[in-house]
Design a protein around this ligand. Sequence first.
Ligand SMILES: N[C@@H](CCC(=O)N[C@@H](CS)C(=O)NCC(=O)O)C(=O)O
Length: 206
Amino acid sequence: MKLYHHPLSGHSHRARLFASLLGLDAELVEVDLLAGEHKQPAFLALNPLGQVPVLVDDEGTVVADSNAILVYLARKHGRTDWLPEDAVGEAAVQRWLSVAAGELAFGPAAARLVTVFGSRHNPQEVIARAHALLANLERHLQHRDWLVGNGPTIADVALYSYLSSAPEGNVDLDAYPRVRALLSRIENLPGFVPFVETAAGLRAAA
Ligand SMILES: N[C@@H](CCC(=O)N[C@@H](CS)C(=O)NCC(=O)O)C(=O)O
């Protein structure tokens, strides 16, 4: 299968990470976002929204959107450990996928867009949103090792890339030991692949 991605995109890393955790071979096809390749007809035919990542599997099925890719790969490969089938378990995972597309995207991911890509978000606003999410996660993890159930699910994968890179957006993780422990647990899973680090934000000073 092919994964259209950009190495600095956390959404892309999310999809790449899960494929690797499942032990699947994905040919990485880099989309030149700086040159606007994602807005050209060839790429828009894959994803009319003009965003990476997009997965094209060996049968030609096209799946755009990082969270949709996680769901697709888990279901296609029958991995109910990563995406439960029961109503309560699936809803619990979906709740975090919504957080990944909401508070995470508009909090830590947006804060990193400011420092890494020069986007025009208001830094104070997005950093404050990131800390509100982190405080919430820290409370959620008080008596649990994983976001849902007793083992890793796609909920944890969906949050990993933009939580681990939050310091690049000047979002300090020091006050959130349980969140940092969750990130370490994911990093210790067989098949883990790291998200490329950039010397931005707090990492510039490190
Ligand atoms: N909801 C999408 C968001 C993907 C997204 O925002 N991708 C960014 C890179 S991290 C992108 O392609 N941006 C280019 C653009 O929107 O023009 C997903 O989860 O895949």
